[in-house]
Ligand binder design. Structure first.
Ligand SMILES: NC(=O)c1ccc[n+]([C@@H]2O[C@H](COP(=O)([O-])OP(=O)(O)OC[C@H]3O[C@@H](n4cnc5c(N)ncnc54)[C@H](O)[C@@H]3O)[C@@H](O)[C@H]2O)c1
Ligand SMILES: [Zn+2]
Ligand SMILES: [Zn+2]
Length: 361
C-alpha cells in the first residue's frame, strides 16, 4: 500500500517551493517509513532549490528531522515501529574501503531508500540528502534512522540530523578539542554556534566567536563563547592572536566556507594547531597560501564532513546530554513553523536573526 502525504517540493530551479501531495511507497527490504514530527530548515535545502547542488528536480526538501518509525521492511532489525528516531545522511555500508579500514565516519557508499517517492503523476522525486523530511511521512534506508530517547523534543534533537551535528562534530570529532584548549570559531550561524557549544562541551578554556554580525556574536556568547570579535570592525587574525597571548588559537573552526575566512583561520591558529573547514565553499572559489607557511606553521588542516559523526555513536549520546541539561539544543530553535511556511523561512534566512526555523507537523 502506498501512502499519499503532503510535502514540500522544489519543482524548478529558483522557483518558490510548493506544498504537494506525494506518494510514499511502503518500505521494502532494508527500508523504513517514518512519520515526521519536526524538520529544521537548513541552507542546504535552499541550495537545492537554487540548483546549486545538482539538476535532479523535482526535489523533496528537508533533512534535519526526527519522527516515529511507522513500519519497516523485510530484514530490518535495528529499528521497529514506534521507535523515536533522528534521521541521518550517513547510514554506513560496512563494506567500502573506508568502512573496512575501521573509519566508517568517512563511509563512501552510504545507504538511502531504494524505492522512489513520486508526485501524483508518477514523476520521481529526489529527496534532499537522501531524506526528504518536509513531509508527513518519508521513506529512508533503515540505517538512516537512529533510535534515541523519546523524552526529547523532536524540534530540538532533529537538528542533530545535519547542521548542529556538523558544528558539534567539527569541534569534538574533527578538531579533537580538549580540556583547556583555545578555540576560535569563524562564522556563527547554526553550524558555527554548534561548534561553540561543542567546544564548551569538550572543555575548551577559551572560545573566541568571530562574525560580521553583532547579533550573531551575542547569540554565540549566550551559547558559551568567552570572547567575541566583529571582523568587520577589526582584523580577525590580530584579534584572535591578541586574545591568545599573541600566538593564535589551538583549534580554529571555519564555518563560513570562503577563501578569506579560511585564510583567517589559517593565520589565526597557533603553530602546530588545527584548522577545521566545516563551511562549504562553491566551485569557483580558489585558495592561495604561501606553501612555506603551510609547512612552517605545521599542524593539521582538516575538512569536516557532517562533523565526522557516526550517528549510532553520537546521536544517543548528545540526546542524553540534552536531556540532562548539559547541551542546550532548544537554543537553536528560533521559531517553529508549519509545512507551508518553508518558503517564508528561506526568506528569513537572509535576515540574520534566525538560527533555525523548524517545521513541526
Ligand atoms: N561540513 C558539513 O557537513 C556541513 C553541514 C551543514 C552545513 N555546512 C555549511 O556550514 C556553513 C554554515 O552554515 P550555517 O547554517 O551556520 O549558515 P549561516 O548562514 O546560518 O551562518 C553563516 C554565518 O557566517 C557569518 N559570516 C558570513 N560571512 C562572514 C565573514 N566574511 N566573516 C565572518 N563571518 C561571516 C554570517 O554572519 C553567519 O552568521 C555553510 O557553508 C553550510 O553549507 C557544512
Ligand atoms: Zn562504507
Ligand atoms: Zn543541513
Amino acid at each position: 500500500m502506498a501512502h499519499q502525504v503532503r510535502a514540500v517540493v522544489a519543482r524548478a530551479k529558483g522557483a518558490p517551493v510548493s506544498l504537494e501531495t506525494i506518494i510514499v511507497p511502503d518500505p521494502g527490504p532494508g527500508e523504513a517509513l517514518v512519520k515526521i514530527e519536526a524538520c529544521g530548515v537548513c541552507h542546504t535545502d535552499l541550495h537545492y532549490r537554487e540548483g546549486g547542488i545538482n539538476d535532479d528536480f523535482p526535489f523533496l526538501l528537508g533533512h534535519e528531522a526526527a519522527g516515529i518509525v511507522e513500519s519497516v521492511g523485510e530484514g530490518v532489525t535495528d529499528v521497529a515501529p514506534g521507535d523515536f528516531v533522528i534521521l541521518n545522511w550517513r547510514a554506513v555500508c560496512g563494506q567500502c574501503r573506508a568502512c573496512r579500514r575501521g573509519r566508517p565516519q568517512y563511509c563512501f557508499n552510504t545507504h538511502n531508500a531504494k524505492q522512489k517517492m513520486t508526485l501524483l503523476d508518477g514523476t520521481e522525486l529526489s529527496p534532499a540528502l537522501g531524506i526528504g523530511a518536509f513531509a508527513e511521512k518519508t521513506l529512508v534506508a533503515a540505517g538512516q534512522c537512529t533510535k534515541v530517547d523519546p523524552a526529547a523534543s523532536a524540534a530540538a534533537v532533529g537538528l542533530l540530523g545535519c547542521g548542529v551535528m556538523a558544528g558539534i562534530g567539527a569541534a569534538i570529532n574533527t578538531g579533537n578539542v580538549g580540556r583547556g584548549d583555545s578555540v576560535a570559531v569563524i562564522g556563527c550561524g547554526g553550524v558555527g554556534d554548534a561548534a561553540v557549544v561543542g567546544s564548551r562541551l569538550a572543555g575548551a578554556a577559551k572560545i573566541i566567536a568571530v562574525d560580521i554580525d553583532d547579533r550573531k556574536l551575542q547569540t554565540a556568547k549566550k551559547l558559551g563563547a568567552t570572547h567575541t570579535v566583529n571582523s568587520r570592525d577589526s582584523d580577525a587574525v590580530e584579534a584572535i592572536r591578541e586574545l591568545t597571548g599573541g600566538f593564535g588559537a589551538d583549534v580554529v573552526i571555519e564555518a563560513v566556507g570562503r577563501p578569506e575566512t579560511y585564510q583567517q583561520a589559517f593565520y589565526g591558529r597557533d603553530l602546530a594547531g588545527t584548522v577545521v573547514l566545516v563551511g562549504v565553499p562553491t566551485p569557483e572559489m580558489k585558495l592561495e597560501l604561501p606553501l612555506l607557511d603551510v609547512f612552517g606553521r605545521g599542524g593539521a588542516l582538516k575538512s569536516s564532513w557532517y562533523g565526522d559523526c557516526l550517528p549510532s555513536r553520537d546521536f544517543p549520546m548528545l540526546v542524553d546530554l540534552y536531556l540532562q541539561g548539559r547541551l542546550d539544543l532548544d537554543a537553536f530553535v528560533t521559531e517553529t513553523i508549519a509545512l507551508d511556511e518553508v518558503e517564508k523561512a528561506f526568506e528569513r534566512m537572509h535576515g540574520g536573526d534566525v538560527l533555525r526555523s523548524v517545521v513541526v507537523l
